[in-house]
Design a protein around this ligand. Structure first.
Ligand code: SAM
Ligand code: SF4
Length: 429
């Protein structure tokens, strides 16, 4: 979502007379867009500010704004700690950038951390989304009312808000006109999307009918909102890709309860089963928190059992990070050495599953949507149906094309292959 926000900040800054630059020494205004989901984010911001300060030691100071969830959480404290910062702007206030910059040019310091989500999107709707990436993000929902005990999102992004469906479709059409072929719908709880009688499933159906759009994905979903109508779209909407990121966090129902996740492992397994029934090609990715307070060896073993059972093709794992202000912030986990060991075991196991999955793709065909040429190389980068990175050599421009690619080999990051001559579409099952 920060990537979407950063692109929109650029669109708004454009309106205020600014253009993007790679020339870091001739920059008039820096916007540090930040994430607060795990610790160390705040210190990273101050490190970046230190680097910018050093660069401009003998020059006129640029305007420096901190946006995003660190700004929201730290608020005034940031300006007190570093007077190099001119403005602290929460994720629901960046639409006010032109006015903010004017005030800063008049030597005012700014702190804007209200939750004005409706105002923000009203303003964003008046500015064309200029993003022309082949695969592009589109925010449809923000905020969260679920309050998992470990998570800062409800406090930094605010309550759940869903954008009106006609605004989303209008922005999607802009993106398609700009050349986008794939839209990834975004929300902290994307499947909690509801506007009047429209749910995420209705939106996917509408997008499925848009000419020029080839692929649809959505992220991040909460298991509790994986309703039957949404599950059904995996068999009725041909543009919806057969992969789903469905964070589970732990394989132990006891830990899920302590986390206030509002689902247990049986609920999760039932959802997976229903999805597979609707589309047997579907594959899953997930997030895991290792060492949540109360997790013992047996709970951890249940997490390992779960990844072996579901065979997630990608697992994102993090050691529990205590976030100030959340209910879990004062709870004690096991010793850090034990948690690091568990993380190592988890990642070894999830890597094995991933390698096994990728081995099955070798010598088979994948449908790849090509996104861009690699810098200074005659190679193109794209993604298969499951979102795996694929690289092929080509002298002709492949950008924006969906082509059948025979996968030859892979490494930790990417799959490698060659374009098949007979380019008829089918899936690598
Ligand atoms: N809404 C999604 C859901 O309910 O699963 C998750 C969104 S959250 C912004 C992204 C991921 O960050 C989570 O799935 C979780 O694994 C991780 N995360 C959030 N808070 C964390 C914490 N305090 N410590 C470690 N990981 C955390
Ligand atoms: Fe955070 Fe997701 Fe839980 Fe909301 S549902 S509190 S975003 S982890």
């Amino acid at each position: 979502m920060n990537e979407y926000d950063s692109d929109r900040i650029l669109d708004i800054a454009n309106e205020a007379g600014y253009t993007p630059t790679n020339n870091l020494l001739e920059t008039d205004c820096y916007v540090l867009n930040t994430c607060h989901i795990r610790e160390k984010a705040t210190e990273k911001v101050y490190d970046d500010i230190g680097r910018i300060k050093k660069k401009f030691r003998n020059q006129k100071k640029p305007i420096l704004l901190v946006t995003g969830c660190v700004a929201q959480a730290e608020s005034d404290e940031m300006i007190k700690r570093s007077n190099y910062i001119d403005g602290v702007i929460g994720p629901q206030s960046y639409h006010l950038l032109p006015e903010i910059i004017k005030k800063i040019e008049n030597k005012n310091k700014i702190n804007l951390t209200e939750f004005d989500t409706i105002d923000k999107f009203d303003k964003l709707n008046t500015i064309r989304n200029s993003n022309s990436k082949v695969s592009t993000f589109l925010t449809i929902q923000e905020g969260c009312d679920k309050f998992c005990n470990f998570c800062v999102v409800p406090y930094t992004r605010g309550p759940e808000f869903s954008r009106p469906i006609f605004e989303i479709l209008s922005e999607a059409k802009q993106l398609i006109e700009n050349g986008s072929k794939e839209i990834i719908l975004l929300g902290q709880n994307v499947n909690a999307y509801h506007y009047k009688n429209y749910k995420l499933s209705n939106l996917i159906h509408e997008l499925n009918n848009l000419k020029g759009l080839e692929r649809i994905r959505f992220t991040t979903s909460h298991p509790k909102d994986m309703t039957d109508d949404l599950i059904e779209t995996y068999s009725t909407c041909n543009k919806l890709m057969p992969s789903l990121h469905l964070p589970v966090q732990s394989g132990s129902s006891k830990i899920l309860k302590l986390m206030n996740r509002k689902h247990n492992i049986n609920d999760y397994l039932y959802i997976i089963e229903k999805l597979k029934r609707k589309n047997p090609l579907i594959k899953f990715t997930s997030d895991f928190i290792i060492g949540y307070p109360g997790e013992n060896q047996s709970d951890f073993n249940s997490t390992i059992d779960l990844i072996k059972k579901i065979k997630f093709i990608n697992s994102y794992s993090f050691i529990f990070s205590s976030r100030p202000g959340t209910p879990a912030s004062n709870l004690k986990s096991e010793q850090i050495e034990i948690l690091k060991e568990r993380l190592k075991i988890f990642q070894k196991e999830s890597d094995k599953i991933k390698i096994n999955y990728r081995n099955h793709l070798v010598n088979k065909n994948s449908q790849v949507l090509f996104e861009n040429k690699l810098e200074n190389q005659e190679k193109y980068f794209g993604r298969n149906e499951y979102g795996d990175p694929v690289i092929v050599e080509s002298k002709t421009d492949l950008t924006g094309k969906i082509l059948k690619v025979k996968i030859n080999h892979f490494n930790k990051n990417s799959l490698f292959g060659e374009i098949e001559n007979n380019n008829k579409r089918d899936f690598a099952a």
